[in-house]
Design a protein around this ligand. Structure first.
Ligand code: NAD
Length: 506
């Protein structure tokens, strides 16, 4: 059985190598191949002692890294980007085999993370501080951004490359040491990325990976040597991480779940909307925090026309193994999640929504034990249903009919989550009004998945994010650094106005 160990200094570490899994009393977690339903590897579930070792190595390495000039730090980013590109196929296959998303989506996961690394290649420029000459008589003021020291990241299963790179790229480029605790469900790619960073010239101890579950998360949240924690995952845990981390005096940003709405105005191009929804609601089996699982047609006619076009499009979706180049999407991540998604479908039925396409009980020939869920469509979903209020995180699309534009703005605005939202229309005024008024953090106008590019910044509102800084872009730089402001006055002690120059300076 392949064994996935921590990537920390002093460990032989790495995916597939390292210590014997049977040595010691380490707790182990199962890593599945969701295509077959079989366990393909064991991951060590770490303890406080593992974290302490990583912290000691980080403390030893971080001062020199912070003192390394930013251009040299950026050069590591350039080399890392080249190495990831050279290893793209291998990384995408590993990612796909543990997560279940198809190869094209796996490459997208890695590519979106690399775009943050590209942003970090410009870190010398963004770290330049502010300066005011003559803020008072003979007084200048300047500011600098300094690293926090040691930061940690706790990441979800659904983007095992992109989200670790959102955090680690900016944290490292700004001069911190970074400890990553990836999801224990698909931990191999994060380890491989840390190995490639090392190969790119990153000093030992600056990026380490510790595996684990709640025990390791709690150890991170309580450790006094960690100054900041970035978390992405489900909302209840995000809130818990936020509270506990802040209580321990840390800087915390904690991104949570989502239930994104797509508003379809009567003038929208419905064929384009259906094509967009096929990708945005069902791609990656709906396991994306920027998926579009709720569609809100405005007016009964729009709803009926949309539904008519959606049904055949959904029935034509090909569900397959994650290496099937023709497949639209692959399995969900594990058996428990498959069960959870199917339970939500039943809840929707029990609550009175109309089940138009039922994806339960889907099996793929030759892969009967894989964690597949067929595409599912509900109509006449209403706001009092728990299946509407909660995140399902599966290939399930819900139609919520709105009578007016005002009602369509209100639905996502009043939902507990506020990650992303989209509007489909040809009317610029409606789109502009919607973008200005909707109570959600990221808005798409005829763009179904409005994930901002790396040099902008990612973050939702309400229960989709706790804390007040976003991921990557300048917000990321702000999160991983602290500002020092110097107010200086240099009295005329050097004889510039006729006095003596100090001895030795002639
Ligand atoms: P999760 O909350 O189960 O796990 C996230 C991390 O928390 C993992 O590293 C896990 O080991 C750890 N964890 C799990 N249980 C814990 C506990 N009881 N105490 C402390 N730590 C614990 O999330 P997931 O299922 O891996 O990921 C899917 C969720 O992440 C969805 O809700 C999705 O919307 C959300 N997500 C949000 C964003 C965003 O940017 N807002 C992005 C991606 C995913």
């Amino acid at each position: 059985m392949r064994f996935i160990d921590h990537h920390i200094v002093g460990h032989s570490g790495g995916a597939g190598s390292g210590r014997d899994a049977s040595a010691g009393n380490a707790r182990l977690g199962d890593v599945y191949d969701p295509n077959t339903g079989k366990v393909q590897a064991s991951v060590t579930l770490g303890t406080q002692a593992d974290l302490d070792r990583a912290i000691a190595a980080a403390q030893a390495a971080q001062p020199a890294w912070a003192a390394t000039n930013p251009q040299r730090r950026a050069r590591v980013m350039f080399r890392f980007k080249e190495l990831v590109e050279a290893n793209m196929d291998e990384l995408a296959h590993t990612l796909s085999s543990e997560h279940g998303k198809v190869i094209a989506d796996s490459k997208g996961d890695i590519q979106r993370g690399l775009e943050v690394i590209e942003f970090c290649c410009g870190i010398p420029h963004v770290l330049k501080g502010e300066y005011t000459q003559g803020a008072g008589p003979g007084i200048d003021v300047y500011s600098m951004r300094q690293p926090l020291g040691i930061g940690a990241g706790i990441t979800p299963f659904n983007f095992p490359a992109m989200i670790p790179l959102w955090m680690s790229g900016v944290a490292i480029a700004t001069g911190n040491a970074f400890i990553l605790k990836p999801s224990e469900r698909d931990p191999s790619v994060p380890v491989r990325l840390a190995e490639l960073f090392r190969e790119a010239g990153l000093p030992e101890g600056i990026l380490q990976v510790v595996h684990g579950d709640k025990e390791m998360v709690d150890a991170i949240l309580d450790h006094p040597a960690i100054s900041a924690v970035s978390f992405v995952g489900s909302s209840d845990i995000a809130h818990y991480v936020y509270r506990r981390g802040v209580e321990a005096g840390k800087r915390v940003q904690a991104m949570g779940g989502a239930k994104n709405h797509g508003i379809v105005m009567p003038d929208a191009d419905l064929d384009q909307v259906v094509a967009d929804l096929s990708g945005a609601a069902f791609g990656s089996a709906g396991e994306r925090c920027m998926a579009l699982p709720v569609v809100v047609p405005v007016g009964e006619q729009t709803a009926d026309r949309l539904r008519e076009k959606l049904i055949p499009a959904i029935q034509a979706l090909r569900v397959g193994v994650s290496t099937d180049a023709e497949a639209h999407y692959g399995p969900v991540v594990n058996a428990a999640h498959k069960q959870r998604v199917e339970n939500w479908i039943q809840t929707g039925v029990d609550e009175g929504a109309e089940l138009v396409v039922d994806g339960r009980g889907f099996t793929l020939q030759g892969h009967e034990d894989g964690f597949f869920v067929g595409p599912t469509l509900f109509d006449r979903v209403t706001t009092d249903m728990s299946a509407y209020k909660e995140e399902i995180f599966g290939p399930v699309l819900q139609i919520v009919r709105a009578a007016t534009f005002e009602e369509a703005v209100r639905l996502p605005s009043e939902h507990q989550y506020g990650n992303g939202v989209a509007i489909f229309t040809r009317n610029g005024h409606a789109a502009r009004e919607f973008a200005a008024r909707v109570n959600v953090g990221m808005v798409g106008i005829n763009v179904p998945i409005p994930v901002p590019v790396a040099y902008h910044t990612f973050g939702g509102w309400k229960r989709s994010a706790f804390g007040d800084t976003n991921q990557h872009g300048m917000e990321g730089v702000k999160f991983w650094t602290k500002v020092k402001t110097v107010t200086q006055r240099w009295p005329d002690g050097f004889g510039m106005s006729g006095g003596e120059l100090p001895r030795g300076s002639e």
